[in-house]
Ligand binder design. Sequence first.
Ligand SMILES: Nc1ncnc2c1ncn2[C@@H]1O[C@H](COP(=O)(O)OP(=O)(O)OP(=O)(O)O)[C@@H](O)[C@H]1O
Ligand SMILES: O=c1[nH]c(=O)c2[nH+]cn([C@@H]3O[C@H](COP(=O)(O)O)[C@@H](O)[C@H]3O)c2[nH]1
Ligand SMILES: NC(=O)CC[C@H](N)C(=O)O
Ligand SMILES: [Mg+2]
Length: 518
Amino acid sequence: MNSSTGPVLVVDFGAQYAQLIARRVREAQVYSEVVPHTAAVDELLAKNPAAIILSGGPSSVYEEGAPAMDPALVEAGVPVFGICYGFQLLASALGGTVEATGAREYGRTEVKVTGDGGVLHDELPTRHPAWMSHGDSVTKAPEGAVVTATSDGAPVAGFEDTGRRIAGVQYHPEVGHSPHGQEVLRRFLHEIAGIRPQWTTASIVEDQVAKIAAQVGDGRAICGLSGGVDSAVAAALVQRAIGDRLTCVFVDHGLLRAGERTQVERDFVAATGVNLVTVDARERFMDALAGVTDPEQKRKIIGREFIRVFEQAERDLKAEGDYRFLVQGTLYPDVVESGGGAGTSNIKSHHNVGGLPEDLAFELVEPLRLLFKDEVRRVGLELGLPETIVHRQPFPGPGLGIRIIGEVTPERLATLRSADAIAREELTAAGMDRDIWQCPVVLLADVRSVGVQGDGRTYGHPVVLRPVSSEDAMTADWTRLPYEVLERISTRITNEVADVNRVVLDVTSKPPGTIEWE
Ligand SMILES: Nc1ncnc2c1ncn2[C@@H]1O[C@H](COP(=O)(O)OP(=O)(O)OP(=O)(O)O)[C@@H](O)[C@H]1O
Ligand SMILES: O=c1[nH]c(=O)c2[nH+]cn([C@@H]3O[C@H](COP(=O)(O)O)[C@@H](O)[C@H]3O)c2[nH]1
Ligand SMILES: NC(=O)CC[C@H](N)C(=O)O
Ligand SMILES: [Mg+2]
């Protein structure tokens, strides 16, 4: 058995899929985090990792300056699994051979199980498909390792040394196109590395409640509550830990959708029984956003104003006691996209992470900071939150403010709010709510187009429909909505919303597009 209590560390060598590997490990009920390949061995060992997974990456191990692996890792007795580049790296660091053989494999590839399949490939179909993406190959496995898989282009497509607890595969077990990949990863974690599967929803709840209780002590906390899943789950966890020393604050920043305020004030409170304060901050946000068109600037202003409102709420609540802690429903993707993850670039500053002001006086409590949305939903169900909250589609904190391309004004907000309400109504009526992740409606306020309505010329604005399907918002595909539903939405928006004379459909996946336009 593996006695480490630390995470499985995914060392990122510049892979497209490093986060995905961490997800798959979590699906095998083992906690996992991504770290950059620039982290030194001591830093990695200091985290007491239960195992290390070396990711793929664009380099070739034999090139000068290619990222390396310190054999000290294996000598320290940490189980190591290599994928693609990581597999080649593991082989070459331990005395195997890696060469550019001239055989490249990209995409679906047939893998052949060799010998008895060892632990990783035992009893899998002798020939099965797997997803490959390589030009270099391992031609000789490290001394003492057995080869358990091969392919036309990869003489060694998998090896393992159960004594030293090292193993790897040339293919990508983490992607859906490798149908046995998850099983192979699971076997490495549970059987070769000997890690007990303990990362379950119940254990997450128990762990987080204990951590919050320790952090907040007998203090008081404010929770930014939006009516969305993340803050609802965060609030429920904190409520479990500190009871009524939690007060939720809902900010009406004027960037909300139609009906949202009532939904939170009436339905949410009825369903959860939280202490709720609503702050009407419409004027303050509108003033701060006047004249601003740059998306990052908008996000930073909104992030700052949120905090200013929470500070005001804290002053207003002084009579009850000191509210030193601020609870936010921040998730792992918010952190990663704001450039706070391991070696990640700043894609956009999520208001609750990259948009926070520097003079933040609160101590943050963010119990969901390491989780993906689907994990959060499972935690919500475990906590007994109603399905209507747990399965609500996400809506970004900066709201309609980042769905108006151009300056945010009250008139434009009213236009977008009407168009958005129609789209949501029709999607719900068509029973599509659970089929899509979310469907932003975007107003191209700085674009005009000519139309004809009632025999007269119009010169209005287009709105964009952006229906997406996703597992965790890190990647997404555009949803193939039925034409009849699109038609109803389009007809109603152009008929009912003044100023909008065109409805267009966004058919871009993420990447390259993000879900929101700003
Ligand atoms: N109108 C609001 N009032 C108070 N806090 C808010 C508001 N909007 C967002 N927040 C805070 O910002 C955090 C991040 O927002 P985000 O939209 O990612 O999460 P959410 O609204 O809780 O869930 P979802 O992603 O499902 O919409 C929230 O968890 C909440 O703490
Ligand atoms: O609370 C939030 N604050 C933000 O600043 C923010 N920006 C994007 N989103 C939501 O995050 C998910 C990924 O969106 P993107 O593909 O646009 O980055 C999608 O679900 C977006 O709606 C945000 N949520
Ligand atoms: N995707 C990868 O990790 C590629 C590794 C290596 N550069 C190769 O082409 O074989
Ligand atoms: Mg939200």
